[in-house]
Structure formats: structure tokens, C-alpha cells
Design a protein around this ligand. Sequence first.
Ligand code: ADP
Length: 165
Amino acid sequence: MIEIIKADITTLAVDAIVNAANRSLLGGGGVDGAIHRAAGPLLLQFCKTLDGCRTGEAKISPGFKLPARRVIHTVGPVWRGGDHYEAKLLRASYINSFELALENGVRSIAFPSISAGVYGYPKQAAARIALSVMRDYEDRFERIIACCFSAEAADLYRQLLDAGR
Ligand code: ADP
């Protein structure tokens, strides 16, 4: 089932939360910074052993002090006008996160809106891609949560989800 909620993703007690990270995996701003702050310094220590992550790919770590058991770190594309494979790469971020989740027995997973913050991906287009991949994986998870940080983002996701059914 796909659930749309407005929340701080660091508060969710699920099998895995997804981090919209950067290629270094060594922390950053936005949701990445919030996840590192809430997980504590052992997360950074662990991430240093992961050797970074390419755009569209995903890596997994424990959740450390988070209520979530795992963190799946993925790197979405920076929006550069739309002609630089951004849609393909954003899709790949969701798909590779879901595949890594399945390999690790994850049954409940929460996603932020990858690339829709500092990376500048247009919010509606990003949400459409998120929901389209979520629908493809819906049957293989108990819970798929689209975790929106604002009421506006949650409204947008709800409209798109309702329209797609
Ligand atoms: P990116 O660099 O991939 O664009 P950002 O962290 O800048 O990543 O933003 C991705 C999305 O995560 C944005 O929609 C932003 O509002 C949201 N966000 C920021 N902090 C949190 C949080 N604590 N929980 C959930 N979503 C968050």
C-alpha cells in the first residue's frame, strides 16, 4: 500500500528510510543532514566505508540511533534542464532503492522526494516518477510511504496518486 504522509522522515519507525544523499555519502544539507544528525556520528563513520555512490545507484547502512532499522542512501540527479537523463536517473534512484530493500528483507520503506530540494528537480515531475515506481513495487511491500516535508508537497502527491488510479 502507498501512504502519503507529512512528516520528518527521521521520526519514522520503518524497516528502512531512504536518504537523498550526494555522491560522497559523507553528509550534506536537507534531508541528508537531518538523517545524519538523528542517526548520530556512527552513521558517518559507516558511510565512509561505502566508497561513495553514483547518481541513480543506492547503498545501505544501519539506522544507528534512528527509529528506522536501515537507511538506503541514493543519489538523485541534479536538475540541469531536463536533457541530461534526469528522468531516467531519478527513476533509477527509486528502482535501485527498492531492489536493495528487497535484497535486505525490508517490508516497510519511506522515501523523501528525491532531487526535489536543493537538486532542483521540478516538484510535480519528480512526484510523478516517485509514484509511478512506487506503484510498480506496491505488491512487494507491506508499506511504501511517500514522506512529504510540507503540506503542499503532500497535497501534490495525493492529487497525483488519486489521478493515477
Ligand atoms: P536533494 O538534494 O535530492 O534535492 P534535499 O534534501 O534538498 O535533497 O530535498 C529533498 C526533499 O526532502 C525535499 O522535498 C525536502 O523538502 C525534503 N526534506 C528535507 N528535510 C526532510 C526531512 N527531515 N524529512 C522528510 N523530507 C525532508
